[in-house]
Structures are given as structure tokens and as C-alpha cells.
Design a protein around this ligand. Structure first.
Ligand code: SUD
Ligand code: ADP
Length: 323
């Protein structure tokens, strides 16, 4: 049987957005990155990427928006800078496909530049979809290595679930999780925040504090054990007490309009509210599914772009294939 007969004409892979329920950030490194101790949680707001064999060589990208948070997609690069194009090109080079011919269609549901790793989810989905479309046969470890070359958060989008990320966030260890946790996301109505700009603001805030006598930020060697224990037992109230994000002061300093929204979510019954990663999406922890639905409705009635979600959920996985 020929290779063409064995490989599908198109493959769709779905991959999750994430929040960081704990994010410790070390000092700026000479390579421009920061060591982190991150506790990732994959959420039920997912991206889809369909990879379709194309008649002519080239990597074509298109994006459709919408989803429950009504995500606008204008401004997402559609050329070689799109993370799905970079993922396909990296895989093609790795397996020796000189002229890849593929169309990649993203269905975007995760806020763009929102601190939820939507682009990383797309990259992870594109890696897996092209691996299946081309019959490349890379195993999970090889896909993880390619993922880490595309961005610090991409390996987690492949794995999903709950995990500790050390290094720049790419060195993953699974974090056992009990019953699912319920959250309400609030997407920003304004522009997103640039991840490097938020890390840069953190460095500036820290050097200002250090010139006033504060100690330098410590190297983050391990995730907070209280966070891991709360995840393991699925104890939302315990997690609410220890949830934290070192990037939050920097994100709030760049987007101060988020402060009253954080206060409002807590006043409406959230156990805790946090900036998701580099922001500006906010994540509110609810006691259970019913409380999350109630909080979503209350925030929506006040004009916020809110959505109840849960996690952990699975990482990148095939959802459809056509022959
Ligand atoms: C902050 C976090 C938290 O999970 O994600 P977001 O909330 O933005 O999605 C991550 O650290 C973002 O991961 P990701 O968006 O994959 O980062 P990359 O593309 O690899 O890096 C973009 C830029 O962010 C900065 N960066 C990223 C990761 C890291 N550990 N230290 C950094 O300083 C660097 O300036 C880097 O050039
Ligand atoms: N597939 C993609 N989806 C979204 N943004 C992308 C994608 N590919 C490249 N980008 C660029 O990466 C930036 C940040 O991506 P995104 O993953 O949405 O945010 P964050 O890093 O905050 O989680 C965007 O502003 C956009 O310029």
C-alpha cells in the first residue's frame, strides 16, 4: 500500500488554553528569559487546528474566530510568524520534508495575547496534526522537544492536565489532580498584553524595589507544595488561599483597569481572582460548577465577557480525520 493511501487528507486536533494557578518568576537571565516555577492547569476552553493536504507546496494559515468569548481574530499574523506555520515548518524540517504542502485552519476560542497560551495551544495542535497528516510517526518525547523550540508554554499544551513547569516553563512534571476545579474567565475588552512587555515591567518594578533596599527575587526551584496539595485533593477553598502569580503586579501596572474587575469578581462570590499568566484575562476560582455558572451570569449581566470553564482537561488530541 502506498504512503498516500495510508495518510489522511485532513486531521483536526484540539488543544487547551491554560491558566497558571501558581507562577513564581526568578530574576532576568542573560538569554532574556526568566526561570519559573509554574503550576499549569489546562482548561475546557480549547482551540482546534485542522491540517489539510494542499495541492501546491506552501504552508497556508487561516483563522476563524468566535466561540463563547467572541474572540476577534483581526491582527493575528497569517504568514510564517503564526505559531501553527512555525510548528509545521519545524516538523517538516525535522523529518526531511523539503516542500511541505499544507493548509492550517485555526478555530480560535482562547483570548489572543490574553495570558492563556492560545498561540501555544495552536502550535501544539499543529505539531500533532501535521505529524498525523504526514505519517511522520514522531513519538511524544520527540514532539515535546520540537514543542519546546517553539515556545516555553507549548510543551504543556501538548501534555494538558495539571503540571509543574520548571526551567522556562517547559520542563514538565505531571501534578496529580483530584476533582475538577471550576473557574470563570473574564476576557479583556481592550487589546491584549505582550508577554515580553509584562516580564519587562516585572524587571523594572523589581529593580525599583531593590534600589529601595528590597532583596532580589529568589531563583524558583520548586512549585509551592500547598498549591500541589490543594490540586491533588481538588480543594478549591484551600487553593484560593495559596493561588499566586508573580506577574500580576506587572500586568496590573500595565492594565490598571483590571483592578476593579478583580475586586468585582471577588465581591460577587469568587473564592479568589487572579490574572492569568501575563494577562489581561482574569480567572476567578468558584466553589463548584453551580457557583461558577452563577458568577458567570452575574459578571455577564454587568457587561463582562465572562465564561465558566473547568480543569484539568486533556492536552492536544485528534478529534477528527478525513481520508
Ligand atoms: C507568561 C507565560 C506563563 O505561562 O505565558 P502567557 O501567560 O504569556 O501565555 C509564559 O511564561 C510565557 O510563555 P510563552 O508565551 O510560551 O513564551 P515564549 O514565546 O517562549 O517567550 C516570549 C518572551 O517571553 C519572555 N519569557 C517567556 C518565558 C519565560 N520563562 N521567561 C521570559 O522572560 C521572554 O521575553 C520571551 O522572549
Ligand atoms: N496562532 C496564534 N494565535 C494567537 N496569536 C498568535 C498566533 N501565532 C502568533 N501569534 C502572535 O503571538 C501573540 C501572543 O499570542 P497568544 O498565545 O495569544 O498570547 P499569550 O502569549 O498571552 O498567551 C499574538 O499577539 C500574536 O501576535
Amino acid at each position: 500500500m502506498s504512503t498516500t493511501a495510508q495518510t489522511p487528507a485532513s486531521v483536526t486536533v484540539s488543544a487547551p488554553g491554560k491558566i497558571n494557578v501558581s507562577l513564581q518568576v526568578g530574576p532576568l537571565r542573560p538569554d532574556g528569559y526568566h526561570a519559573v516555577a509554574s503550576v499549569y492547569l489546562a482548561l475546557s476552553l480549547r482551540e482546534d487546528v485542522t491540517a489539510t493536504a494542499a495541492p501546491k507546496p506552501g504552508i497556508a494559515v487561516s483563522v476563524t474566530g468566535g466561540g463563547p468569548l467572541r474572540i476577534p481574530v483581526a491582527g493575528i499574523p497569517l504568514g510564517p510568524d503564526n505559531l501553527v506555520a512555525r510548528a509545521a515548518a519545524a516538523l517538516a524540517e525535522h523529518v526531511g520534508i523539503a516542500d511541505p504542502a499544507v493548509e492550517l485552519t485555526i478555530t480560535k476560542r482562547v483570548p489572543v495575547a490574553g495570558g492563556m497560551g492560545g498561540g501555544s495551544a495552536d502550535a501544539a495542535a499543529a505539531l500533532l496534526a501535521c505529524n498525523l497528516l504526514w505519517g511522520s510517526g514522531l513519538d511524544a518525547a520527540e514532539l515535546r522537544t520540537l514543542a519546546a523550540g517553539l515556545g516555553a508554554d507549548v510543551p504543556f499544551a501538548l501534555e494538558g492536565g495539571a503540571a509543574v513547569g520548571l526551567g522556562v516553563g517547559d520542563l514538565l512534571t505531571e501534578a496529580p489532580a483530584g476533582t475538577p476545579l471550576h473557574w470563570v474567565l473574564v476576557a479583556s475588552s481592550g487589546a491584549g498584553l505582550s508577554t515580553p512587555a509584562v516580564y519587562g515591567r516585572l524587571d523594572a518594578l523589581r529593580s525599583e524595589a531593590e534600589s529601595g533596599g528590597a532583596d532580589p527575587a529568589p531563583e524558583p526551584y520548586a512549585a509551592d507544595p500547598r498549591v500541589l496539595e490543594a490540586l491533588r485533593t481538588g480543594n478549591a477553598a484551600a487553593l484560593a488561599d495559596v493561588i499566586s502569580n508573580d506577574l500580576q503586579p506587572a500586568a496590573l501596572s500595565l492594565a490598571p483597569e483590571l483592578v476593579p474587575v478583580l475586586d468585582r469578581g471577588r465581591a460577587l462570590g469568587a473564592l479568589a481572582g487572579i490574572v492569568s499568566g501575563s494577562g489581561p484575562t482574569l480567572a476567578f476560582l468558584a466553589a463548584d460548577a453551580a457557583s461558577a455558572a452563577h458568577l458567570e451570569a452575574a459578571l455577564r449581566s454587568e457587561g463582562h465577557n465572562a465564561l465558566a470553564v473547568h480543569g484539568p482537561v486533556a492536552g492536544a488530541q485528534r478529534t477528527a480525520s478525513k481520508t
